[in-house]
Design a protein around this ligand. Structure first.
Ligand code: PMP
Length: 438
């Protein structure tokens, strides 16, 4: 049976490569036509055939408050009425930078003195690594296998997200000399980092790490790991870039870093990257950090970065409204909703006799068809991933939209109420049986 989604997918593939504007949307690893979405509200999305789903993708993270939160939409509408883009500084940008710097705080620790706004997470990490190189005068970068930091040349080696879903080693089109500037190390393995510094110590500009890995499924950092990375970087004159594009303002008011500070793991990254929630669903991302490092950016310093649409007034309005509404109670609601779904998921898979683990990093969680929480990319890949497609489609048939890859986190929002959660929980037993039979 074909429906409007199938028709649109056929049409899309004639004019858009693979029919999508970002690879994982194509349902490549689960099969079938992606749902072309027409609208979204609260915890629900509606497809082109008029069918509604409880959404556990949340636009891959931004929709912390739920879709089309009325105050956020009104803020964007009001901003639009004053002009779509100026290419000049605005008062809103200053407020948003102050809000970000003021939230990423833990006691006396205030690691964000300056903030620059950009349009995507890719730009934020790309700029952060250029800045780290310009500031230190060194070229090499350490990244970890299975971590995704956007699609700039130097960051695609052994990357997570769509690169993991499509089982690619990296990307064609990245010149070998550029790829050679990135040292890819196994995650959660401090001896690998020590060894890299022992061999290349005075040539390493920075370590970039996802605050908690969530682009190869969820693979939390081992206790003390992020703090040890900061120590290792600093003792060798390198910087630590904490990539909070996905986790920032999603798992805690002060990001995953804030959550770790609260739990007693104290460390100071030199640079942070933010995206997703910080733009409230509009194209906006940011980098922030220590004044002396950030002031190496043009026009103060010699590291160039720019953008016609940087700090776009509609995006800034959405970000400001979202962060102002993201109170501690919102995080409590998201945590509770995530626990309800994660526990029901584990329970349903237990009953169906499916080998699984549900790794968590704050309110982020994922599903892996293996019996232990993975700690590395190799372990994340070592699972019965073929069970995901039938599981995913059983949920979709029951009106629940999951990320179309086992290598992605599930996202809850503050709008997932009893009714929406009930639909998810009610759909799980049948999907778990479908996974068992695969
Ligand atoms: N860093 C991380 C940790 C991410 O999860 C992502 C996107 N999922 C990015 C960077 C890139 O962000 P964007 O897609 O906005 O370019």
């Amino acid at each position: 049976m074909t429906d409007r989604n199938d028709e649109l997918f056929d049409e899309a593939r004639r004019v858009i490569p693979g029919g999508v504007n970002s690879p994982v949307r194509a349902y490549g690893s689960v099969g079938g036509s992606p749902r072309f979405l027409a609208s979204a509200r609260g915890p629900y999305v509606t497809d082109a055939a008029g069918r509604e789903y409880v959404d556990l993708v949340a636009s891959w993270g931004p929709a912390l408050l739920g879709h089309a939160e009325p105050e956020v939409v009104e803020a964007v509408r009001e901003a639009a009425s004053r002009g779509l883009s100026f290419g000049a500084p605005t008062e809103g940008e200053v407020e948003l930078a102050e809000l970000i710097a003021g939230r990423v705080v833990s006691g006396e620790r205030r690691p964000v003195d300056r903030v620059r706004l950009v349009s995507t997470g890719t730009e934020a990490t790309m700029t952060a690594i250029r800045l780290a190189r310009g500031y230190t005068g060194r070229d090499l970068l350490i990244k970890f296998a299975g971590h995704y930091h956007g699609h700039s040349d130097g960051l695609l080696a052994a990357a997570g997200s769509g690169v993991a879903t499509l089982a690619l080693p990296g990307s064609a089109g990245v010149p070998a000399p550029i790829a050679a500037q990135t040292l890819v190390l196994p995650y959660n393995d401090l001896s690998a980092v020590e060894e890299a510094f022992a061999v290349h110590g005075d040539r390493i500009a920075a370590i970039i790490v996802e605050a908690a890995a969530a682009n190869m499924g969820v693979v939390p950092p081992l206790p003390g790991y992020n703090a040890a990375l900061a120590d290792l970087a600093h003792s060798h004159g390198a910087l630590l870039i904490l990539d909070e594009v996905l986790t920032g303002f999603r798992v805690h008011p002060a990001g995953f870093w804030g959550l770790q500070q609260e739990l007693g793991e104290t460390y100071l990254p030199d640079l942070f990257t933010f995206g997703k929630v910080v733009g409230g669903g509009m194209p906006l991302a940011a980098l922030g950090g220590r004044a002396d490092v950030m002031d190496a950016l043009a026009p103060v310093g010699p590291v160039y970065q720019a953008g016609t649409l940087s700090g776009n007034p509609l995006s800034v309005a959405a970000g400001l409204a979202t962060l102002r509404l993201a109170t501690p109670e919102v995080y409590d609601r998201v945590d509770a909703a995530a626990s309800a779904v994660a526990d029901a998921l584990a329970g349903a898979l237990d009953i169906a006799g499916v080998t699984h683990t549900v790794p968590r990093a704050g309110s982020l969680f994922g599903l892996a068809f293996r019996d232990e929480v993975p700690t590395t990319y190799a372990e994340a890949q070592d699972q019965e991933s073929w069970r995901y497609a039938p599981f995913f489609h059983a949920m979709l048939d029951a009106g629940v939209s999951l990320p179309p890859s086992v290598f992605e986190a599930w996202f809850l929002t503050a709008a997932h109420d009893e009714e929406a959660l009930g639909r998810v929980v009610g759909a799980l037993p049948r999907a778990a049986r479908a996974a068992a039979e695969a």
